[in-house]
Every structure is written in structure tokens, then in C-alpha cells.
Design a protein around this ligand. Structure first.
Ligand code: UDP
Length: 317
């Protein structure tokens, strides 16, 4: 079976490529490398360096594929607030082109990289797939719009799809070519920022007055290998003309200070940090209810926070 992995040179997409190859899938990648890195592409993979917005390139990348795993898209919350038009164009418009070209080539299986940002500030914790969706930024709004587009496509045109709503992804995979690291510039995510912290440039703790036990935000972290494991299970579970949504997290939360403590242990010394004001748009607590993925996909995350932090550290060496 040949899988098109859009965004297959990015942090999560390249991990998917590695794991799918190891499981015997043939792989094509479509990526414009705006965030990803062409040097992650393994031998034996068909790589089209092109854009989701170019229907010819999308059509070319779909040749001989039976399934699409769709990771490509813009994913920075702050950037989305400043450039919502760009996020609508690339994320929503790009996915529209992808769905159209899939239909033209009778490719009817899709696994989509959605986000917990579709939920916004939760009213009830942990967050269920049936919880209200009130995204608080354009990034989350585009992921929700795509999920809705996929639901319509399944009903009208027989697409079989799964949307996977990620909480906080961390860790890395080791390949025979080295670690596939998260390489973002600027890096906004907590774990790489903590591990990179120096006395001259200490990691900022965004808010210490949140209504949580230690005053810092709580998030639900899932290892990127566990995350992709769920994608493969979702792919095997696709049902005719149905669109299923699954939360992917660990089902438990860690505060920013607990993440720093785990990083202290991994690094073997006290990491410098500085308490600062809250970051705009941050909810206090986000924790996933992952019982649907556990029950329907027979999936269970197996890598804990310490493993996520130590694998991220190794990937940065
Ligand atoms: N955070 C922080 N300092 C940083 C980056 C993040 O204190 O340099 C906090 C952020 O406010 C949030 C948590 O760490 O509460 C996780 O943030 P991240 O950007 O990694 O993921 P998000 O939850 O925004 O998707």
C-alpha cells in the first residue's frame, strides 16, 4: 500500500514516514519544506517538493497512492493571529485542493492531523471529542474548518477518514540516520525551550498565577512515536464513508514546573528559568480524554514524560 504523507519532512510527518516505512508501506511525500527539512527524506521514498496550493503538484504526488496522511499546514498559533488569511489559504484552501484531487483519483482514505486547538478554552475536563469546539485562535479555527470539511466530504462523496486531535506532542524517534529532531526557528514549544535554556537566555515560564496547584499551566503531553502509532491504527480502522474524530494525548496533565523538573533530571542539573507574565491565548489546563482512541483503536500511549524529555534531549545533541 502506498501512502502519501503531506508535510512528510516536518517533525511529526517525518516520524510518520520513518514508522510507515518500517512497517512495509510505500511512501510518497509532498512538502514545500517551508517548515520541514528535505534532509529527513529517507532513501526509497518518492519526494515531491511542492505546495498543497498547486493542484498539479498535489495530483502528481497522489499518483499510485491508496491512502493520504495529511500533516502539511501552518501550525503557529501566534503567527495565525497576525496572518489569519495565510492560515485560511494554506490550511483550509490547501486541504480543499487535496480532497478534490483525491476524489479525481478515487483515493478515499484519509488520516488528518487535527488539533486540540479546535476545542479552545474547555468548560469540562478532561476534553472529550464531543466537547464544544470554540477555538480561540485562527490556527484552531482552520483545523476545525478542515474537520468539518472532511465530515461533509465523507457524507457526500464516500471519503473514509479519521481526524486526530493532538494535544502536546514531544519526544523524538531514532532512525539509522540519527534522531529526527523538532527543528523549528523560532522554537515556541516548552520542552525544547527548557532543554535549550541557558543562564544568558533562560526559558520563560509563562505565568505563575494560574488556578493550578503550582500556579503554572497544565498540558497533556504525548510522545511522537505513540502519536504515529495511533495514526497507523486509525488508518487500519477506517470505515466506508465515515469520519471519526479521536483525541490523542496521554490522558494526564503536567504543569510547566513539572516539565522543568523532568528536564532537570534528564540533564542532571538545575535548568535556569525566569517567571514571566502569562502568554496571550493560553488556557490554564488542557487534558485529553483518550478513552475513544483506547477503545476503538486499541491504542495506548506507553512513553511517559521522562522518556519524552530524555528523547527530545538526545535528538538535540
Ligand atoms: N510555555 C512556557 N514557556 C515556553 C513555552 C511554553 O512557559 O517557552 C508554556 C505555555 O504557556 C503552555 C505550555 O508551556 O502553558 C506548553 O506550551 P507549548 O507552546 O509547548 O504548547 P501549547 O500548549 O501552546 O500547544
Amino acid at each position: 500500500m502506498r501512502v502519501l504523507v503531506t508535510g512528510g519532512t516536518g517533525y511529526i510527518g517525518s516520524t510518520a514516514v520513518e514508522m510507515l516505512l518500517n512497517q512495509g508501506f510505500d511512501i510518497s511525500i509532498l512538502d514545500d519544506c517551508s517548515m520541514g527539512h528535505a534532509d529527513t527524506v529517507p532513501a526509497g521514498v518518492r519526494f515531491i517538493q511542492g505546495s498543497l496550493l498547486n493542484s498539479d503538484e498535489v495530483a502528481d504526488s497522489l499518483a499510485d497512492c491508496q491512502v493520504v496522511m495529511h500533516f502539511a499546514g501552518k501550525s503557529l498559533v501566534g503567527e495565525s493571529v497576525k496572518q489569519p488569511d495565510l492560515y485560511h489559504l494554506v490550511n483550509v484552501g490547501g486541504t480543499r485542493i487535496l480532497l478534490d484531487e483525491m476524489r479525481k483519483q478515487s483515493i478515499s482514505k484519509l488520516v488528518f492531523s487535527s488539533s486540540a486547538a479546535t476545542y479552545g478554552e474547555p468548560e469540562v475536563l478532561p476534553i472529550l471529542e464531543t466537547s464544544p469546539t470554540n477555538p480561540t485562535n485562527p490556527y484552531g479555527a482552520t483545523k476545525l474548518a478542515i474537520d468539518q470539511m472532511i465530515t461533509s466530504e465523507a457524507a457526500a462523496h464516500g471519503l473514509s477518514a479519521a481526524s486526530l486531535r493532538y494535544f502536546n506532542v514531544a519526544g523524538a524517534i531514532k532512525t539509522d540516520r540519527g534522531w529526527l529532531a523538532e527543528r523549528h526557528n523560532p522554537e515556541t514549544h516548552l520542552i525544547p525551550n527548557v532543554l535549550r535554556s541557558t543562564t544568558e537566555n533562560p526559558v520563560k515560564i509563562f505565568g505563575t498565577d494560574w488556578p493550578t496547584a503550582d500556579g503554572t499551566c497544565i498540558r497533556d503531553y504525548v510522545h511522537v512515536i505513540d502519536l504515529i502509532d495511533a495514526h497507523v491504527k486509525a488508518l487500519h480502522s477506517l470505515k466506508d464513508s465515515a469520519h471519526e474524530i479521536y483525541n490523542l494525548g496521554s490522558g494526564s496533565g503536567y504543569s510547566v514546573r513539572e516539565v522543568v523538573a523532568a528536564a532537570n533530571t534528564a540533564i542532571g542539573h538545575q535548568i535556569p528559568s525566569i517567571d514571566t507574565a502569562r502568554r496571550a491565548g493560553d488556557p490554564a489546563v488542557l487534558i485529553a480524554d483518550i478513552s475513544k482512541a483506547k477503545a476503538r483503536l486499541d491504542w495506548e500511549p506507553t512513553r511517559d514524560l521522562n522518556t519524552m524529555v530524555s528523547d527530545t534531549l538526545k535528538s538535540m545533541a
